[in-house]
Design a binder for this molecule. Structure first.
Ligand SMILES: [Zn+2]
Length: 190
């Protein structure tokens, strides 16, 4: 028999909203940060807001501000992180997504309340969700990462090429990354 029957029968709980803590070596490595203030990022944001009908894709709130959240996956074995899509989030859902940051800003309780409401779970369960995310974050923060973008997204937004191939081993702190616009291209400044 293939697979592990015990594992197969384990119930997988999926939540509409869960904290996504960015591993420390990747802080600042985001399309928003690297393209911020420039037309190439605004173009992505406008297109994604339109796709989502100017509503939060988690709780359907249309209260502004709405954030263009980046969804990243992590291949822990290969240490590769990949930008896979964008997701429009209201400020409360955005706070819950960035719960580590909410914690630092003294808004942890607000983020926890949103986790409870959206997922229809108790505070204890929401706390457990955060603690699990924090344990994963800690493990992922101990290594360097290479950065990729799914090809489908690069077709829609070629400006995301700035992210492809970044390696935290070589780039050092992401806050030091600099990019320059040359014609239609955005390239990393040496
Ligand atoms: Zn929301």
């Amino acid at each position: 028999m293939r697979g592990n029957p015990k594992r197969r029968s384990k119930r997988v709980v999926s939540f509409k909203l869960r904290p996504e803590l960015v591993p420390q070596p990747l802080w600042g490595v985001s399309a928003c940060k690297l393209l911020n203030g420039r037309a190439p990022w605004k173009a992505i944001r406008i297109a994604e807001l339109s796709r989502a009908g100017h509503r939060c894709e988690t709780c359907t709130s249309s209260s502004v501000p709405l954030f263009c959240h980046e969804q990243w996956t992590y291949d822990d074995r290969k240490a590769i992180t990949t930008l896979t899509s964008f997701h429009i989030a209201c400020s409360d859902c955005n706070l819950a997504l960035h719960m580590g940051l909410a914690h630092l800003r003294g808004e942890f309780d607000k983020a926890l309340t949103q986790l409870c409401q959206v997922n229809k779970i108790t505070e204890e369960e929401a706390n457990r969700l955060f603690n699990n995310a924090r344990a994963v974050w800690k493990r992922r923060s101990e290594k360097h990462w290479r950065v990729g973008v799914v090809p489908r997204l690069l077709v829609s937004y070629p400006q995301l090429k700035v992210l492809v191939g970044l390696d935290t081993r070589r780039t050092g702190p992401a806050r030091d990354l600099r990019f320059v616009v040359t014609g239609k291209e955005i390239v990393r400044a040496e």
